[in-house]
Design a protein around this ligand. Sequence first.
Ligand SMILES: CCCCCCCC/C=C\CCCCCC(=O)SCCNC(=O)CCNC(=O)[C@H](O)C(C)(C)COP(=O)(O)OP(=O)(O)OC[C@H]1O[C@@H](n2cnc3c(N)ncnc32)[C@H](O)[C@@H]1OP(=O)(O)O
Ligand SMILES: Cc1cc2nc3c(=O)[nH]c(=O)nc-3n(C[C@H](O)[C@H](O)[C@H](O)COP(=O)(O)OP(=O)(O)OC[C@H]3O[C@@H](n4cnc5c(N)ncnc54)[C@H](O)[C@@H]3O)c2cc1C
Length: 664
Amino acid sequence: MEGVDYLADERKKAEFDVNEMKIVWAGSRHNFELSDRISKLVANDPGFSKEGRTMLPRKELFKNTLRKATYAWKRIIELRLSEEEAAKLRHFVDEPAFTDLHWGMFIPAIKGQGTDEQQKKWLPLAYKMQIIGCYAQTELGHGSNVQGLETTATFDPQTDEFVIHSPTLTSSKWWPGGLGKVSTHAVVYARLITNGKDYGINGFIVQLRSLEDHKPLPGVTVGDIGLKFGNGAYNTMDNGVLRFDHVRIPRDQMLMRVSQVTREGKYVQSDVPRQLLYGTMVYVRQTIVSDASNALSRAVCIATRYSAVRRQFGSQNGGQEIQVIDYKTQQNRLFPLLASAYAFRFVGEWLKWLYTDVTQRLQANDFSTLPEAHACTAGLKSLTTTATADGIEECRKLCGGHGYLCSSGLPELFAVYVPACTYEGDNTVLLLQVARFLMKTVSQLGSGKKPVGTIAYMGRIEHLMQCRSDVKQAKDWLKPSAVVEAFEARAARMSVACAQNLSKFDNPEEGFAELAADLAEAAVAHCQLIVVSKFIEKLQQDIPGEGVKQQLEVLCGIYYLFLLHKHQGDFLGTGYITSKQASLANDQLRALYSQLRPNAISLVDAFNYTDHFLDSILGRYDGNVYPKLYEAAWKDPLNQSDIADGFHEYIRPLLKQQLRTARL
Ligand SMILES: CCCCCCCC/C=C\CCCCCC(=O)SCCNC(=O)CCNC(=O)[C@H](O)C(C)(C)COP(=O)(O)OP(=O)(O)OC[C@H]1O[C@@H](n2cnc3c(N)ncnc32)[C@H](O)[C@@H]1OP(=O)(O)O
Ligand SMILES: Cc1cc2nc3c(=O)[nH]c(=O)nc-3n(C[C@H](O)[C@H](O)[C@H](O)COP(=O)(O)OP(=O)(O)OC[C@H]3O[C@@H](n4cnc5c(N)ncnc54)[C@H](O)[C@@H]3O)c2cc1C
């Protein structure tokens, strides 16, 4: 029945002020009002309808995305939206498109690596979308190993130009989003060669297509790399292939903030570290961490609402069956994901602060916090995207059979999200970067260099190596100091154990390769410590709203106790806790599930998602699942006629043959 709220009883159970929680989730009242206004604007505009998206063949799907992206731009101009509002609008349109890379990577690359003059020339064109750009780094042969890229940019002093060339098949650019069919320009990463010497990778702005007829320019071969995982999903994006045959660009199209080539062809390295060339990746990894909470909360919202609607078994005296959300096994799979969504939200907020801080320092030529920023963005990108991708899939399973339907919204969400574990740095490769940072920190202990920031705990290494948990009863696990020390001791001990094992190798690189799996685990322990600490720090702030802080405390407890339970081996193996204390942690975790249960629906309502954004019958705000599932089935193209296309060609002859066989 339309207009009935099937989840109303659940909503009445809430023990906190949901409107205040919406503000905590959004980060501020301003952010809440912005998201609320723009998400409704998008939801109410038929131009942004998602109807039938998963059924479209690739060409139509892609054209539909072009239409939507252009329509979004039209609305942005008509409504005179600010940059912040425009970014929100693109977010709520909720369809991967070339504009993600134009705004999310092409522009940041020019801002981060271009000189003032280069920014003055290129940014206004990009801001008005008079040129459309992408980020062309990865090649067919190399993605993770950026130093192994093969595209060359050779300086020709005769003409004051660079010659961009793809010398091998494996040097073909491969994967850049927006490249295949749309971009007119790219920031291309290539080996800079001048006076016969190879100076390694640098970025270059290269025009790819005519601004008149969109044809590839002479010497440029460009196209789409083909269909990707999932129906619809990321196939709205034109990930591309690109080859250069001695394409010439003016010298001033080399991005010259980090290093320059003079008119005479002399290579000049400025006093900023070369690692700034990787700055766009640091920026995007930070945005990916913030985005993880968006994707996970969507899946959790769907699975939580559906778990309250769905009933199986346990009817007594003809009464209703049990809501599946009341099964402890369902809670043990679902509630830690709900808690993780909140945890990732807060660590994302903190990472944004860290990124802003490091950017301001870089502008003042203070490069001291860059290694930590790199380790934090790489590690948290890896941790949050892995947990989110796995979490979305778990939510699909939590919805039983109906979760497998595209109309649940979960298959598409998973297909769109899962490449986040690979793009912007493969998650294992990124963990190994964190491990290098940890090993460097351990090796410098005792040298007088005091570890600071997220690694400050290593400064208390002697204590952390020998302390023991003093938890005596389950509720002791609610003390923040007990928890932080447990996660610090585990991370410190795992790092020190790796460092000790590494010291047994004559060649440190050989040791690093041999111990890589242990090192990656130590990196995970360090990153989990960051997330737990930032959640606990959040709770130390003044949080208004009746019951809001209490709910966040429950979520925080579930987040760390679930991790403690899942990684019990680490905590027990490093000798910080006893098996009795591990069991008490589990008792406390179960108690927290019971406290969370009446608030579960309101905690997902606090995400403030419109039904348009969720795009899920199982996650509908009103819980009116069954009639809508039934209705949706009849919209499938297969149901346009009672008799299937192909009946006369295939089914009928088959039936006839069976008839003949039966008569034999
Ligand atoms: C507002 C809207 C936002 C919307 C969001 C926009 C985004 C849209 C979303 C999705 C679309 C999809 C986008 C996907 C785009 C891409 O995938 S682009 C391609 C990304 N590629 C990678 O991430 C490659 C991964 N590889 C690397 O990062 C590195 O090459 C490596 C770190 C693995 C290199 O290893 P290695 O060769 O050992 O390093 P070196 O180059 O020798 O450098 C060593 C030193 O440099 C330090 N370092 C490394 N990376 C960084 C960095 N990023 N920043 C700072 N420092 C770095 C490293 O720690 C070493 O330092 P030490 O020498 O001091 O130890
Ligand atoms: C949807 C999508 C969009 C993308 N968009 C862009 C874009 O816009 N622009 C762009 O330039 N690129 C883009 N990429 C490319 C992406 O950045 C790379 O695919 C990514 O960096 C991983 O590199 P790779 O493919 O070389 O993986 P590989 O490095 O080949 O990884 C293969 C396997 O080897 C392992 N491995 C590799 N090196 C090591 C090591 N040192 N130690 C241990 N294990 C290792 C990995 O863990 C992985 O399991 C995109 C990719 C995808 C999937």
